[in-house]
Design a protein around this ligand. Structure first.
Ligand code: CO
Length: 147
């Protein structure tokens, strides 16, 4: 009887492990205002994404700050325009629903991570990632593909 009872939680643990898959993504930014990726693909069975941004340059965040921000492609123009007024929150507008996920803003030699759920992402949806430091999004951007 005792054995049968203990088998129940083990079963549910296996089910939840199968449903919750965290996928790791790594990306780098440098002192030449570049990401090392122009496209990030996340498989449809990833329930979470754990993204790590590394700034491999030497310049401080005030001069060459980088972050990683994810948004719907349709929101890109309006959101990047709004980041200019968000200097107090590292150029990421606070409580803005257009921001799907974002890391902290970092300088050379630093790294920042963010973990987010893919629950709200649509398979085949059009998403863009970018650095929201003023002006950087013109070149520091890429496609984010889910599914
Ligand atoms: Co940047």
């Amino acid at each position: 009887m005792r054995r049968a009872l203990s088998a129940v939680p083990a079963f549910f643990l296996l089910v939840s492990v199968a449903q919750a898959k965290t996928c790791n993504v790594e990306i780098e930014g440098n002192d030449a205002m570049q990401f090392d990726k122009s496209e990030i693909k996340v498989a449809a069975d990833c329930s979470k994404v754990s993204l790590t941004l590394r700034h491999v340059g030497k310049l401080p965040a005030a001069a060459m700050g980088h972050n990683w921000v994810l948004t719907e492609a349709a929101d890109f123009d309006a959101l990047t325009a709004a980041t200019l007024a968000a200097a107090a929150t590292q150029y990421v507008p606070k409580d803005d629903r257009r921001v799907i996920a974002h890391t902290a803003l970092i300088g050379g030699g630093e790294k920042a991570s963010v973990e987010f759920s893919t629950r709200t992402l649509r398979k085949g949806g059009e998403y863009l990632f970018f650095c929201s430091f003023p002006g950087h999004w013109a070149v520091m951007k890429g496609r984010f593909i889910f599914g």
